[in-house]
Design a protein around this ligand. Structure first.
Ligand SMILES: C[S@@+](CC[C@H](N)C(=O)[O-])C[C@H]1O[C@@H](n2cnc3c(N)ncnc32)[C@H](O)[C@@H]1O
Length: 291
Protein backbone atom coordinates (compact mmCIF):
# COMPACT_ATOMS: atom_id res chain seq x y z
CA UNK A 1 0.00 0.00 0.00
CA UNK A 2 1.30 3.50 -0.79
CA UNK A 3 1.38 6.25 1.82
CA UNK A 4 -1.19 8.10 -0.26
CA UNK A 5 -3.66 5.20 -0.08
CA UNK A 6 -2.98 4.70 3.60
CA UNK A 7 -3.52 8.41 4.34
CA UNK A 8 -6.95 8.23 2.74
CA UNK A 9 -7.86 5.12 4.67
CA UNK A 10 -6.65 6.58 7.99
CA UNK A 11 -8.59 9.81 7.40
CA UNK A 12 -11.79 7.81 6.85
CA UNK A 13 -11.20 5.75 9.98
CA UNK A 14 -10.45 8.83 12.09
CA UNK A 15 -13.56 10.53 10.76
CA UNK A 16 -15.73 7.50 11.55
CA UNK A 17 -14.32 7.36 15.10
CA UNK A 18 -15.62 10.88 15.90
CA UNK A 19 -12.41 12.15 17.46
CA UNK A 20 -11.66 15.60 18.82
CA UNK A 21 -9.11 17.62 16.84
CA UNK A 22 -8.20 20.34 19.30
CA UNK A 23 -4.52 19.43 19.53
CA UNK A 24 -2.73 20.76 16.48
CA UNK A 25 -5.07 19.92 13.58
CA UNK A 26 -8.77 20.50 13.00
CA UNK A 27 -9.88 17.76 10.60
CA UNK A 28 -9.35 14.02 9.93
CA UNK A 29 -7.25 14.48 6.75
CA UNK A 30 -4.70 16.78 8.42
CA UNK A 31 -4.65 14.53 11.48
CA UNK A 32 -3.95 11.48 9.27
CA UNK A 33 -1.11 13.36 7.56
CA UNK A 34 0.31 14.53 10.90
CA UNK A 35 0.17 11.02 12.36
CA UNK A 36 1.55 9.09 9.37
CA UNK A 37 4.24 11.54 8.20
CA UNK A 38 5.16 12.32 11.82
CA UNK A 39 5.47 8.67 12.80
CA UNK A 40 7.53 7.81 9.72
CA UNK A 41 9.77 10.84 10.31
CA UNK A 42 9.06 12.29 6.85
CA UNK A 43 9.45 16.04 6.32
CA UNK A 44 5.92 17.51 6.16
CA UNK A 45 6.97 19.50 3.08
CA UNK A 46 7.93 16.34 1.17
CA UNK A 47 4.85 15.94 -1.07
CA UNK A 48 6.47 13.23 -3.21
CA UNK A 49 6.81 10.86 -0.25
CA UNK A 50 3.13 9.90 -0.66
CA UNK A 51 4.19 7.63 -3.54
CA UNK A 52 6.38 5.48 -1.29
CA UNK A 53 5.16 1.98 -0.50
CA UNK A 54 4.76 1.03 3.16
CA UNK A 55 6.36 -2.27 4.22
CA UNK A 56 4.67 -4.75 6.57
CA UNK A 57 6.61 -3.64 9.62
CA UNK A 58 5.78 0.04 9.07
CA UNK A 59 2.11 -0.77 8.59
CA UNK A 60 2.01 -2.84 11.76
CA UNK A 61 3.61 -0.05 13.83
CA UNK A 62 1.35 2.59 12.31
CA UNK A 63 -1.71 0.47 13.06
CA UNK A 64 -0.66 0.18 16.72
CA UNK A 65 -0.35 3.98 16.99
CA UNK A 66 -3.63 4.53 15.19
CA UNK A 67 -5.35 2.12 17.57
CA UNK A 68 -4.20 4.17 20.56
CA UNK A 69 -5.35 7.40 18.88
CA UNK A 70 -8.81 5.93 18.23
CA UNK A 71 -9.41 3.61 21.21
CA UNK A 72 -7.66 5.59 23.96
CA UNK A 73 -8.07 9.07 22.39
CA UNK A 74 -4.40 9.90 23.03
CA UNK A 75 -3.50 13.15 21.22
CA UNK A 76 -1.24 12.50 18.22
CA UNK A 77 1.51 14.77 19.60
CA UNK A 78 1.85 12.51 22.66
CA UNK A 79 1.92 9.39 20.47
CA UNK A 80 4.72 10.90 18.38
CA UNK A 81 6.51 12.48 21.34
CA UNK A 82 6.82 15.59 19.19
CA UNK A 83 4.79 18.66 18.31
CA UNK A 84 5.26 21.63 16.01
CA UNK A 85 4.59 25.17 17.15
CA UNK A 86 5.24 28.34 15.14
CA UNK A 87 7.02 26.08 12.65
CA UNK A 88 9.49 24.76 15.24
CA UNK A 89 9.74 21.21 16.54
CA UNK A 90 9.36 20.42 20.25
CA UNK A 91 9.55 17.39 22.49
CA UNK A 92 6.04 16.74 23.72
CA UNK A 93 4.65 14.45 26.40
CA UNK A 94 2.02 14.39 29.11
CA UNK A 95 4.09 16.52 31.52
CA UNK A 96 2.66 19.54 29.66
CA UNK A 97 -0.21 20.43 27.36
CA UNK A 98 0.18 19.88 23.64
CA UNK A 99 1.28 23.29 22.23
CA UNK A 100 -1.52 24.84 20.16
CA UNK A 101 -1.91 28.47 21.18
CA UNK A 102 -2.85 31.01 18.49
CA UNK A 103 -0.09 33.13 20.08
CA UNK A 104 2.20 31.35 17.54
CA UNK A 105 0.85 33.73 14.88
CA UNK A 106 1.68 36.77 17.04
CA UNK A 107 5.23 35.51 17.60
CA UNK A 108 5.84 35.04 13.88
CA UNK A 109 4.49 38.55 13.28
CA UNK A 110 6.71 39.86 16.13
CA UNK A 111 3.59 41.16 17.95
CA UNK A 112 3.20 43.95 15.38
CA UNK A 113 1.81 46.55 15.60
CA UNK A 114 1.62 46.19 19.38
CA UNK A 115 5.37 46.28 20.13
CA UNK A 116 7.30 49.37 19.12
CA UNK A 117 10.77 47.90 19.70
CA UNK A 118 12.13 44.39 19.89
CA UNK A 119 11.96 43.32 23.55
CA UNK A 120 15.17 42.42 25.36
CA UNK A 121 13.68 40.78 28.48
CA UNK A 122 10.63 38.55 28.10
CA UNK A 123 8.63 36.28 30.42
CA UNK A 124 6.67 33.23 29.26
CA UNK A 125 4.38 32.69 32.24
CA UNK A 126 2.75 29.24 32.60
CA UNK A 127 5.17 27.93 30.02
CA UNK A 128 4.41 24.18 30.09
CA UNK A 129 6.89 22.55 27.70
CA UNK A 130 8.30 25.99 26.83
CA UNK A 131 7.02 26.29 23.26
CA UNK A 132 5.89 29.94 23.44
CA UNK A 133 9.05 31.23 25.14
CA UNK A 134 11.38 29.17 22.99
CA UNK A 135 9.64 30.26 19.77
CA UNK A 136 10.10 33.90 20.92
CA UNK A 137 13.80 33.24 21.62
CA UNK A 138 14.19 31.81 18.12
CA UNK A 139 12.39 34.83 16.65
CA UNK A 140 14.51 37.37 18.58
CA UNK A 141 18.17 36.26 18.69
CA UNK A 142 19.24 38.94 21.20
CA UNK A 143 16.42 38.44 23.68
CA UNK A 144 16.61 36.86 27.15
CA UNK A 145 13.59 34.81 28.12
CA UNK A 146 12.41 33.37 31.43
CA UNK A 147 10.09 30.37 31.36
CA UNK A 148 7.94 30.07 34.49
CA UNK A 149 5.79 27.16 35.58
CA UNK A 150 4.60 25.77 38.90
CA UNK A 151 5.14 22.22 37.66
CA UNK A 152 8.66 20.80 38.01
CA UNK A 153 7.68 18.08 35.52
CA UNK A 154 6.65 20.62 32.89
CA UNK A 155 9.92 22.51 33.40
CA UNK A 156 11.92 19.30 32.87
CA UNK A 157 10.27 19.05 29.48
CA UNK A 158 10.90 22.76 28.84
CA UNK A 159 14.60 22.25 29.67
CA UNK A 160 14.76 19.41 27.16
CA UNK A 161 13.29 21.77 24.57
CA UNK A 162 15.74 24.55 25.46
CA UNK A 163 18.56 22.05 24.84
CA UNK A 164 16.94 20.85 21.58
CA UNK A 165 17.23 24.41 20.24
CA UNK A 166 20.60 25.19 21.85
CA UNK A 167 19.21 28.16 23.80
CA UNK A 168 20.74 27.50 27.24
CA UNK A 169 22.55 30.86 27.27
CA UNK A 170 19.41 32.97 26.76
CA UNK A 171 16.47 30.95 28.06
CA UNK A 172 16.06 30.21 31.73
CA UNK A 173 13.53 28.05 33.65
CA UNK A 174 12.03 29.27 36.96
CA UNK A 175 9.83 27.04 39.10
CA UNK A 176 7.30 29.43 40.57
CA UNK A 177 3.67 29.89 41.53
CA UNK A 178 3.00 32.68 39.01
CA UNK A 179 5.29 35.60 40.01
CA UNK A 180 6.31 34.29 43.47
CA UNK A 181 9.97 33.58 42.46
CA UNK A 182 10.20 36.15 39.68
CA UNK A 183 12.07 39.43 40.04
CA UNK A 184 12.64 42.52 37.93
CA UNK A 185 10.60 44.01 35.14
CA UNK A 186 10.00 42.68 31.64
CA UNK A 187 9.37 44.33 28.27
CA UNK A 188 6.87 41.64 27.38
CA UNK A 189 4.93 39.07 29.40
CA UNK A 190 3.18 36.35 27.43
CA UNK A 191 0.90 33.94 29.26
CA UNK A 192 -1.25 31.01 28.27
CA UNK A 193 -2.49 30.11 31.76
CA UNK A 194 -5.11 27.58 32.84
CA UNK A 195 -8.56 29.13 32.22
CA UNK A 196 -11.05 26.25 31.98
CA UNK A 197 -13.84 26.31 34.59
CA UNK A 198 -14.51 23.02 36.43
CA UNK A 199 -17.94 22.57 34.86
CA UNK A 200 -16.52 22.85 31.33
CA UNK A 201 -13.52 20.69 32.23
CA UNK A 202 -15.81 17.77 33.08
CA UNK A 203 -17.42 17.97 29.63
CA UNK A 204 -14.17 18.15 27.64
CA UNK A 205 -13.54 15.38 25.07
CA UNK A 206 -11.41 12.42 26.24
CA UNK A 207 -8.28 13.75 24.46
CA UNK A 208 -8.01 16.47 27.12
CA UNK A 209 -8.03 13.83 29.87
CA UNK A 210 -4.50 12.81 28.77
CA UNK A 211 -3.22 16.33 29.53
CA UNK A 212 -2.30 17.50 33.05
CA UNK A 213 -5.37 19.08 34.66
CA UNK A 214 -3.03 21.61 36.30
CA UNK A 215 -2.59 23.11 32.85
CA UNK A 216 -6.30 23.49 32.19
CA UNK A 217 -8.28 24.18 35.35
CA UNK A 218 -8.79 27.55 36.98
CA UNK A 219 -11.32 28.35 39.74
CA UNK A 220 -13.83 31.23 39.76
CA UNK A 221 -15.38 30.51 36.33
CA UNK A 222 -11.89 29.97 34.91
CA UNK A 223 -10.81 33.50 35.80
CA UNK A 224 -8.90 33.12 39.05
CA UNK A 225 -5.46 32.63 37.48
CA UNK A 226 -5.93 35.10 34.57
CA UNK A 227 -7.10 37.83 37.00
CA UNK A 228 -4.20 37.16 39.33
CA UNK A 229 -1.80 37.47 36.39
CA UNK A 230 -3.32 40.84 35.44
CA UNK A 231 -3.08 42.03 39.04
CA UNK A 232 0.53 40.94 39.56
CA UNK A 233 1.88 41.80 36.10
CA UNK A 234 1.81 45.48 37.12
CA UNK A 235 4.83 44.91 39.36
CA UNK A 236 6.76 42.96 36.72
CA UNK A 237 6.14 44.91 33.55
CA UNK A 238 7.71 48.17 32.42
CA UNK A 239 5.17 50.98 31.97
CA UNK A 240 5.56 50.79 28.18
CA UNK A 241 5.73 46.97 28.33
CA UNK A 242 3.00 44.65 27.11
CA UNK A 243 1.01 41.77 28.61
CA UNK A 244 -0.40 39.30 26.08
CA UNK A 245 -2.60 36.61 27.60
CA UNK A 246 -4.77 33.82 26.24
CA UNK A 247 -8.05 33.13 28.04
CA UNK A 248 -9.80 31.19 25.24
CA UNK A 249 -13.54 30.86 25.61
CA UNK A 250 -13.37 32.49 29.04
CA UNK A 251 -13.09 35.78 27.11
CA UNK A 252 -16.82 36.50 27.49
CA UNK A 253 -16.77 36.03 31.26
CA UNK A 254 -13.64 38.15 31.58
CA UNK A 255 -15.08 40.95 29.45
CA UNK A 256 -18.24 40.88 31.60
CA UNK A 257 -16.20 41.22 34.79
CA UNK A 258 -13.91 43.93 33.44
CA UNK A 259 -16.35 46.21 31.66
CA UNK A 260 -14.41 49.31 32.71
CA UNK A 261 -11.11 48.01 31.30
CA UNK A 262 -10.29 48.64 27.61
CA UNK A 263 -9.25 45.03 26.88
CA UNK A 264 -7.78 44.71 23.40
CA UNK A 265 -8.89 41.37 21.88
CA UNK A 266 -6.54 40.32 19.12
CA UNK A 267 -7.61 39.00 15.69
CA UNK A 268 -6.01 35.96 14.08
CA UNK A 269 -5.66 35.21 10.41
CA UNK A 270 -5.20 31.48 11.00
CA UNK A 271 -7.91 30.91 13.60
CA UNK A 272 -8.13 31.27 17.36
CA UNK A 273 -9.60 33.80 19.73
CA UNK A 274 -9.60 34.88 23.34
CA UNK A 275 -6.15 36.50 23.42
CA UNK A 276 -5.93 39.97 24.94
CA UNK A 277 -3.28 42.65 25.20
CA UNK A 278 -2.82 45.39 27.81
CA UNK A 279 0.09 47.75 28.37
CA UNK A 280 1.89 48.12 31.68
CA UNK A 281 0.36 51.58 32.00
CA UNK A 282 -3.17 50.26 31.54
CA UNK A 283 -2.59 47.49 34.07
CA UNK A 284 -1.48 50.15 36.55
CA UNK A 285 -4.44 52.39 35.77
CA UNK A 286 -7.07 49.67 36.16
CA UNK A 287 -5.32 47.72 38.93
CA UNK A 288 -8.31 47.89 41.32
CA UNK A 289 -10.54 46.17 38.77
CA UNK A 290 -8.54 42.93 38.86
CA UNK A 291 -9.31 42.21 42.53
C1 LIG B 1 -2.54 26.09 29.40
S1 LIG B 1 -0.99 25.38 29.95
C2 LIG B 1 0.04 26.27 28.83
C3 LIG B 1 1.29 25.60 28.45
C4 LIG B 1 2.06 26.33 27.33
N1 LIG B 1 2.32 27.71 27.65
C5 LIG B 1 1.31 26.23 26.02
O1 LIG B 1 0.85 27.26 25.51
O2 LIG B 1 1.17 25.12 25.50
C6 LIG B 1 -0.80 26.19 31.49
C7 LIG B 1 0.47 25.90 32.28
O3 LIG B 1 0.37 26.67 33.50
C8 LIG B 1 0.97 25.96 34.54
N2 LIG B 1 0.44 26.51 35.80
C9 LIG B 1 -0.73 26.22 36.41
N3 LIG B 1 -0.86 26.95 37.54
C10 LIG B 1 0.27 27.70 37.64
C11 LIG B 1 0.72 28.65 38.60
N4 LIG B 1 -0.01 28.96 39.65
N5 LIG B 1 1.92 29.23 38.41
C12 LIG B 1 2.67 28.91 37.33
N6 LIG B 1 2.30 28.02 36.38
C13 LIG B 1 1.10 27.43 36.54
C14 LIG B 1 0.63 24.52 34.27
O4 LIG B 1 1.54 23.66 34.91
C15 LIG B 1 0.70 24.47 32.74
O5 LIG B 1 1.95 24.02 32.31
Amino acid sequence: MTIEDYLQEVALRLDAAGLCYGHGTDNPSDEAFYLVYGFLGIDFADARAVHRVLDGEQLESLEAVLKRRIDERVPTAYLLGRAWFAGYEFHCDDRALVPRSPIAELILGEFQPLLRDRPSRVLDLCTGGGSIGIAMALQWPDCHIDLVDISADALELASKNIALHGLESRVNCIESDLFANVSGRYDLIVANPPYVPMQEFEDLPDEFGHEPSLGLLSADEGLQIPLQIMRDSVDHLRADGLLVMEVGYSNFQLAQRLQQVPLLWLDFEHGGEGVLALTGRQLQQYREQFN
